[in-house]
Structure formats: C-alpha cells, structure tokens
Design a binder for this molecule. Structure first.
Ligand code: GUN
Ligand code: ZN
Length: 445
C-alpha cells in the first residue's frame, strides 16, 4: 500500500548539471518527471517511466515539448539601474557612471518611483527565469524596502544591500552619506531584512567600489562586516573592472589606496560569502587570494563589452581555483537572460588568448549551479536534485519559432541540443518561473 505524497509532477525534458571530476557534467532526462512536493522541495527527478508510485495520483503539468532547467542565478545585477540599459556615457566606466548612472540612481529617492522600479525589476527577473539574484542595491533605504517587499510579493530569492558611497563626483551627491550614517543604515537594513521570507531574502554589505570610500572608511566598513559575517551576511562589490589608462578605474584605485593590488582595498572582506564582480585585471596573487578565501567572481562579459573593460581571463582564473559564476550587470549589461550572458561568454573566451570553447555543461552550470555555489546556496538550489528546493524554469520552444526550428534539426536529448538551446534562446521562450515550487507571478495578478 503506497501513501500518496501531496505533489505536482512536471513532465518535460529535464536538463541540469552536477559536479564532475573535470568540471561540471550535464544530466539530460529526455522524457523526465520532476515531482515537486507541496512543501516546495523536489521529491523526485528522473525518467517519467521511473516515477515512484507515491506520486502516481499527483496532477501532471505536461511540458513534454519543452525543457525544465534549474532556475537561473544572477550573481551581479543593479536594482537602481533597471531602466538604464543602453545609456550612452562616452564609452568608459567612470564617465558612464557620472553622466548616466548616478543621475538615474538618484531618482530612487522618490518613493513612488522606487516602487515602480522595484516592480519592474522583479518583472524582468521573472520573465528571464532568474530565480535568485545578488542585487546591488540603492543608496536609499525606502527603495531597498520597496525591493524586498516586491521581491517577496513576487516570490523571488534576493540577496541585497544598500550601495555604500561616501565619495564621488558632483553627480553622485544625492547618493552619498558620511560613514557613520552609512554604517547605521546598513545595520538597520540587515536587522530588518536578513532572513526575511523564511530565508528568501538575505543581506549583503555592498560598498559601490574602492573609489566610493576613503581607505579609512573602507576599513571601518570591514570592521562592521566582521561583526555581521557570522550571521551569514554576504559581501559584494566591484573588483578591477576597467583599466582605461591613467584616468581609468584601476589606476585611480592604485593612487587612492597606494597599492598596486586592487584587492588590497577590500582587506577584511574576503570569505566564503564574498562575491566580486568582474576581476578582469587581477594578477595571479589576487586570484589565489580569492581562491584561498573561497570567494567568488561574478563574471559579466556582456557588461565588459559595453564598457570596453576587456574580459576576465577564463583559463587563468579557473586554473587559480576561484569559483566563477555569471552576472548580467544590468545596466552596463543589456541582457537580463543568463543564457544570453553565457552566449557572450562563449564568444569572448573563444576569441581570448587561450581560445577556450566552453561546452554545454559549463554554460548551463554558469547560469545555475556555479551561481548557487558562489552564493553558498548549492546545498539548496542550483540543480534539480531530489531534496533541494524547487527553483526551476520551464522553457517552451513553441513560444519562439526560430528556437523551435533550430532544435527540431539537432536531435532531442543530446548535448548538442542543450548547447543550441542555451546559445539560441531568448526571453520569449521562458514559459514560467518557479521558486520553492511556487510560480513567480506579479502580485497584481
Ligand atoms: N563600478 C562602480 N559602480 C559601478 C556600476 O554601477 N556598474 C559597473 N559596471 N561598475 C561599477
Ligand atoms: Zn556592476
């Protein structure tokens, strides 16, 4: 006698990754079943023919023509830049920040606008299948409240913290506070939001970048991080992104901090839950320090092309042992969909000095499990393993005629088909997005 388990079964082609001896390995279940229990966890992942009897009476959602993939994990995206993609700022990072981004971010001081931005931000994530994101926050506490409130109402997983900035050009003035005010605001935000939504929301300490604080202020922020890191609070910032000559970011950090090593500006912040965006111009010493600390890099190749930053050296970075995940870096990045970022990663690394052709397993892993690992959540999310929380994306090629045609002619259930899927899909192919087994939907619906 089998006792039925309350669940819903998704029938589809299941594709995910698992760690292998030489990097990520692909798992494909051509006619698969994903049993999602009522408590939001995965009860079974495997062949439809092997579905355990306890799920035999469960309702079935039939996506046999489509794919179920793990939810996408974006390890670097800017909430206050939700409307800022494609902004012309004269090409390079520091001019783009001054001309386009600081003024755009200042608009979130208005609570009504912040609400609109937070709703749009969640909508873009839902449409792109981004179930989890490490979100670079707004300077304004009211805007951060809007972000968390909306994120929970939509049902998304969000790690964030207000962007800390005490220094900057005149255009940044509305975003600046003194360091004591900044520390107080960080403490309040963490106290109110870290762990909210039964852990769907988590907090981070987020200095904008090294140039946003004086060295002594950065040290005070590091002391503060030391107080909260034991509670599982994250650290997030930009690292060695844009090296555009003597007036560029990397040279300016060296001058301000009196060091040749950009990472030294972040002394005291390294650890398992520390994620650094970009790391394009790191030397071997910086990479091995990141690896030794278990810190991760959010690789953002779309943004790096947009700002002429160069690209993170794939082979050298991976060989150093650092966890590399993907970030959209919206708004310097103009793609919300992680597979579009993976598509760009494939192209830039093929054109790299080492000319690496990333395979389907690596591309999917970058969009999913590597992100979960960077966020220290790989015991809960990142693939479709039974026991994990059911964060997944349904991809339906019928919503996208070009994609359907490409897939029809490359053989279902193959590694080649997964490569084609990841390189070709656009947001229109995302049929639905689930976090903890619940569909991510606008609270207005
Ligand atoms: N460095 C400091 N601020 C930013 C930002 O908003 N975007 C990017 N890409 N780099 C930064
Ligand atoms: Zn960024």
């Amino acid at each position: 006698m089998v006792t039925p388990v309350p669940a819903t079964v998704f029938r589809a082609q299941l594709v995910d990754t698992v760690p292998g001896p030489r990097g990520p390995a692909l798992r494909i279940e051509a006619d698969g079943a994903l049993a999602v229990r009522a408590d939001g966890t995965i009860g079974f992942r495997g062949a439809w023919a092997d579905l355990p009897a306890e799920y035999g009476a469960a309702p079935v959602v039939d996506h046999r023509d489509g794919f179920v993939l793990p939810g996408f994990v974006d390890t670097h995206v800017h909430f206050p830049q939700v409307f800022s993609t494609g902004a012309y700022g004269g090409g390079r990072l520091l001019t783009w920040l001054e001309r386009c981004i600081f003024p755009a971010e200042a608009r979130l001081a208005d609570p009504a606008f912040a609400d609109i931005a937070a709703d749009a931000f969640c909508a873009r994530r839902a449409a792109a299948g981004t179930t989890t994101a490490l979100v670079f926050g707004s300077a304004f506490p009211g805007a951060q409240k809007a972000l968390y409130t909306q994120s929970l109402a939509w049902g998304l997983r969000t790690i964030s913290g207000r962007g800390v900035q005490t220094l900057g050009p005149a255009a940044a003035a509305p975003l600046l506070t003194d360091i004591d005010t900044a520390l107080g605001l960080c403490r309040d935000e963490i106290g109110e939001w870290h762990g909210a939504g039964d852990g769907l929301v988590r907090s981070a300490v987020v200095p904008r970048f090294a140039l946003s604080l004086a060295p002594a202020e950065m040290r005070r922020l590091a002391d503060f991080y030391d107080e909260v890191r034991g509670d599982g609070v994250y650290f997030h910032s930009h690292l060695s992104e844009n090296d555009s000559g003597p007036d560029g970011e990397v040279a300016a950090v060296r001058r301000a901090y009196g060091t040749t090593n950009y990472l030294d500006a972040y002394a005291g912040f390294l650890g398992r839950r520390s994620v650094f965006a970009h790391a394009v111009h790191c030397d071997d010493g910086e990479l091995s320090a990141l690896a030794a600390a278990g810190s991760s890099i959010a690789h953002c190749p779309v943004s790096q092309l947009f700002l002429g930053s160069g690209t993170m050296p794939w082979r050298r970075t991976i060989d150093a042992g650092v966890t590399v995940a993907l970030g959209t870096d919206v708004g310097a990045g103009d793609e919300w969909l992680l597979p579009r970022v993976a598509n760009t990663a494939y192209k830039v690394h093929l054109s790299d000095r080492d000319s690496v052709a990333l395979d389907a397993a690596t591309l999917l892993d970058l969009c999913t499990l590597a992100g979960a690992r960077a966020l220290d959540l790989d015991d809960r999310i990142g693939n479709l393993e039974a026991g994990k929380e059911a964060d997944f994306v349904v991809v339906d090629p019928h919503r996208s005629p070009g994609l359907r045609a490409s897939l029809e002619h490359c053989g279902s259930g193959s590694e080649a088909a997964v490569f084609t899927l990841l390189m070709t899909m656009r947001e229109d192919a995302v049929a639905s997005t689930y976090v903890r087994g619940r569909q991510v939907l606008s609270p207005a619906l």
